[in-house]
Design a binder for this molecule. Structure first.
Ligand code: COA
Ligand code: AMP
Length: 635
C-alpha cells in the first residue's frame, strides 16, 4: 500500500536533516558531506557542505555503468522540422563528453560561466550537461528574449564562452538567432572569448573570424572529457528571472542539494519509475525545462522528451496526443495555457480520437494559476488525474503538490494541494501573524529552504537577503498571495509584486515600463497585467504623453509595441496600450495599478480613500472599455 502524505510530511518535520540525509543515499557522491545543513552563514544556508559530486555523472555515466546504456535517454521530437531523433544513454554520454572536450579545448574551466542561447534542439541539452561535466556554470537564456535582455545577462554572468545556433523556428517562421547574439555582444561591456554556433539547415549564420567556432567542426576534432568532481555547494547553473526592476535576478542552483531534491521529487511528487517516459512540454530556457526536461528525468534514469513545437499549430491541436502516443509518454508536465490553447481550438477533443494514450498516467500543470474549467476539461478528456502544483524559478522544484508517489489526496480544482516535505509554508497577514484558514495573506516559507532551492543570487548575497528575506524575518517571501483552507490546502491567488505570468512566462511589468518611459513622447506610464482567456494574463500599457505631443496615438502605440519587442522580446506579448490624460495616483504619488487592473478585469473595486483625482478612474474605465475591457466572458 502507498504511504500517506501526512506520515511522510510528519517524518520530515520530526527530523528534517535525517530526512534529507536518507534521500541523499540515492545519489553517487565522490566524497560524503561534513555537514548536512551548514548554518554558519545563516540566513544563507548550504546543503551537504564538504561533499563532492558531479551532476552529469549522476545524469548519465552512472546509468550507463548500471545497465541503462541502451535505454533511450532523450527523444527529440520536432514537428517544425519534421524530425524525430533519439539518443540512448550511451549515445548521449558520448556526445556530452565530446562537447565537454570542446569546452575544455577553448579554455573553459571549473567555475567559468557559459551562456547557452539556443532553441529546443538536443545540442542545448548536450551543452548544459557538458558544462555540468567539467564544473562550468551554465546560464541558459530563453530564445524569445531580445538582444538587450541577452546583453544584460552577459554582463552579469560574464561568460567565457557562449553557445548558440543559427536559428530557432516558431511554427513556420525562421527566427535568426545569430544577429541577436552579435548585437547582444556588441551591447554588452563584457566580451566572451569564444562563441560555438550550431548551424541549422534552415539558416546559415556568418561566423566572426577568431571568435566563432562551428559546432560540428569542433565536435569532429574533440577528445571526450571526464567528469570533474565539484563541491556540492558549487553552482551548477545561474538562471535569470524577472524581478521587480528591469534588471533580472541571477538565481543560483547548487549541485548537491539540487541532485537530492530533484531525484526525490521524481519518485514522490511525479510518481514515476526509472525507465518511464517523462515529458515536460516547456523550454530549456525556463526553470521547468532545466529541472524537468534536462536534469530530474536523467538523474532518475527516465527517458525525457525534448519537443520543438507548440500545443496548437504544429500542425494541429492533436500535437500533444501524437507525442504521448508515439513515445508512450507516462507523465506530461506543462503550463495551463497550453491546455487552454488546445481546448480553444478543439473543444470536444476530436483530435484525441486516433491516438492510443494507454501508457499515459498523469498530467501535471504549473507556471501560472490553473483555472478550474481547464483542469476539469483536461480531466474529463484524458481520464487521468490532473495535478496543479506550485513552484518558482527560485525553488527549482515544487513547493506544493498532490504527491502522486504517495497516496493521492482529493483534487480541489484551483488549489495546488499541500506543502511538499521540506517546505514549511505559512500565510502571514500584514502584522506578520499567521492568517486564519480562508484568509488571504502573503505566502512565506520558514527558513531554511529545502535542498534544491536557491542558496543566493549570483554574486549578490545582499540582493538575495533584501529581496527574499527582509520582508518577513525568518521566512523566505514567495511574493505570492493566497490562503490555506481548513484542510491545509494552499490556494495561490496572485503576486504581491509587479510580476505577471503571460502564457506561463514570467515577466516584469516594471521592465516594460522602463522601455515605454524611454520613448521621447512618453511622460509617464504604467503597465498592468489583465486577464486573458488564452495566456492567463497579458500586459496592457497606460500612457501619458508629454505636453504638446500631437502625433496620432496609434502611431505612438505602434512604436511602443515595437520597442518592447526589440528591448525585451516578442515573448512579452505586449500588444495593447491606451493613452490617458493622467495616471490615477494616491496623494503620495503611488500609481493605482491594482485598481486599474480590477477595472480592466471587471472586478469590484473600492475607490481608494487617498486617491488624488477620483474622476480619472472613470476616464480610464472608459478608455479600457474602448479597448474591449473588461472582456465579456463566454457563458
Ligand atoms: N524564440 C523566438 N521567439 C519566440 C520564442 C522563441 N523561443 N518563443 C516564443 N516566441 C515568440 C512567438 O513567436 C510570439 O511571437 P509573435 O508575437 O510574433 O507571434 C511571441 O514570442 C509570444 O509567444 P508565445 O507566448 O509562445 O505565444 P503564442 O501566441 O505564439 O502561443 C501558446 C500561445 C499558448 C500556444 C504558447 O504560449 C504555448 O505553447 N505555451 C505553452 C506554455 C509554456 O511552454 N510555458 C513555459 C513554462 S512551463
Ligand atoms: P516561474 O518562476 O516562472 O516559475 O514563476 C513562478 C510564479 O508563477 C509563482 O510565483 C506564481 O506566481 C506562479 N505560479 C506557478 N505555479 C503556479 C500555480 N500552480 N498556481 C498559481 N500560480 C502559479
Amino acid at each position: 500500500m502507498s504511504q500517506s502524505y501526512h506520515a511522510i510530511y510528519q517524518k520530515w518535520q520530526n527530523d528534517p536533516l535525517g530526512f534529507w540525509a536518507d534521500a541523499a543515499e540515492a545519489i553517487d557522491w565522490y566524497k560524503q558531506w561534513d555537514t548536512i545543513l551548514d548554518e554558519s552563514e545563516a540566513p544563507i544556508y548550504r546543503w551537504f557542505s564538504g561533499a563532492e559530486v558531479n551532476s552529469c555523472y549522476n545524469a548519465l555515466d552512472r546509468h550507463v555503468a548500471n545497465g541503462r546504456s541502451q535505454q533511450l535517454a532523450l527523444i527529440y521530437d520536432s514537428p517544425v522540422t519534421n524530425t524525430v531523433q533519439t539518443f540512448t544513454y550511451a549515445e548521449l554520454l558520448d556526445q556530452v563528453a565530446r562537447f565537454a572536450g570542446v569546452l575544455q579545448q577553448h579554455d573553459v574551466q571549473k567555475g567559468d560561466r557559459v551562456i547557452v542561447y539556443m532553441p529546443m534542439v538536443p545540442e542545448a541539452v548536450i551543452a548544459m550537461l557538458a558544462c555540468a561535466r567539467i564544473g562550468a556554470i551554465h546560464s541558459v537564456v530563453f530564445g524569445g528574449f531580445a538582444a538587450k535582455e541577452l546583453a544584460t545577462r552577459i554582463d552579469d554572468a560574464k561568460p567565457k564562452l557562449i553557445i548558440s545556433a543559427s536559428c530557432g523556428i516558431e511554427i513556420n517562421r525562421v527566427i535568426e538567432y545569430k544577429p541577436l547574439l552579435d548585437q547582444a555582444i556588441e551591447l554588452a561591456a563584457h566580451k566572451p572569448q569564444t562563441c560555438v554556433i550550431l548551424q541549422r539547415p534552415q539558416a546559415q549564420a556568418s561566423l566572426v573570424n577568431g571568435r566563432d567556432v562551428d559546432w560540428q567542426a569542433a565536435m569532429q576534432q574533440a577528445q571526450p572529457a571526464d567528469c570533474v568532481p565539484v563541491a556540492a555547494t558549487d553552482p551548477l547553473y545561474i538562471l535569470y528571472t524577472s524581478g521587480t526592476t528591469g534588471v533580472p535576478k541571477g538565481v543560483v542552483r547548487d549541485n548537491g542539494g539540487h541532485l537530492v531534491a530533484l531525484h526525490w521529487s521524481m519518485k514522490y511528487i511525479y510518481g514515476v519509475q526509472p525507465g518511464d517516459v517523462f515529458w515536460a512540454a516547456s523550454d530549456v530556457g525556463w526553470v521547468v525545462g532545466h529541472s524537468y526536461i534536462v536534469y530530474a528525468p536523467l538523474f532518475y534514469g527516465c527517458t525525457t522528451i525534448l519537443y520543438e513545437g507548440k500545443p496548437v499549430g504544429t500542425p494541429d491541436p492533436g500535437a500533444f496526443w501524437r507525442v504521448i502516443s508515439d513515445h508512450q509518454v507516462n507523465v506530461l508536465f506543462t503550463a495551463p495555457t497550453a491546455f487552454r490553447a488546445i481546448k480553444r481550438d478543439d473543444p470536444n477533443a476530436t483530435y484525441l480520437e486516433p491516438y492510443d494514450l494507454s501508457h499515459f498516467r498523469t498530467l501535471f500543470l504549473a507556471g501560472e494559476r490553473c483555472d478550474p474549467a481547464t483542469l476539469q476539461w483536461a480531466e474529463e478528456k484524458l481520464n487521468v488525474p490532473v495535478i496543479d502544483h506550485w513552484w518558482q524559478t527560485e525553488t527549482g522544484w515544487p513547493i506544493c503538490a498532490n504527491l502522486m508517489g504517495l497516496e493521492q489526496l482529493p483534487i480541489k480544482p484551483g488549489s495546488a494541494t499541500v506543502p511538499v516535505p521540506g517546505y514549511d509554508v505559512r500565510i502571514l497577514d500584514v502584522y506578520e501573524e499567521e492568517a486564519k484558514a480562508g484568509d488571504i495573506g502573503s505566502i512565506v516559507i520558514k527558513l531554511p529552504l529545502p535542498p534544491g532551492c536557491l542558496p543566493t543570487l549570483w554574486h549578490n548575497d545582499a540582493g538575495y537577503k533584501q529581496t527574499y528575506l527582509s520582508n518577513f524575518p525568518g521566512y523566505y517571501s514567495t511574493a505570492d498571495a493566497g490562503f490555506k483552507d481548513e484542510d491545509g490546502y494552499l490556494w495561490i491567488m496572485s503576486r504581491t509584486d509587479d510580476i505577471i505570468n503571460v502564457a506561463g512566462h514570467r515577466l516584469s511589468t516594471g521592465a516594460m515600463e522602463e522601455v515605454l518611459a524611454a520613448h521621447p513622447d512618453v511622460a509617464e506610464c504604467a503597465v498592468i497585467g489583465v486577464a486573458d482567456e488564452l495566456k492567463g494574463e497579458i500586459p496592457l500599457g497606460t500612457i501619458v504623453l508629454k505636453a504638446g505631443v500631437s502625433r496620432p496615438h496609434d502611431e505612438i502605440i505602434k512604436e511602443l509595441v515595437q520597442m518592447v519587442r526589440e528591448k525585451i522580446g516578442p515573448v512579452a506579448s505586449f500588444k495593447i496600450a491606451t493613452v490617458v490624460e493622467r495616471l490615477p495616483k494616491t496623494r503620495s504619488g503611488k500609481v493605482l495599478r491594482g485598481t486599474m487592473k480590477k477595472i480592466a478585469d471587471g472586478e469590484a473595486y473600492r475607490m481608494p480613500a487617498t486617491i488624488d483625482n477620483p474622476a480619472i478612474l472613470e476616464e480610464i474605465a472608459h478608455d479600457l472599455a474602448e479597448l474591449g475591457y473588461p472582456h465579456q466572458k463566454d457563458a
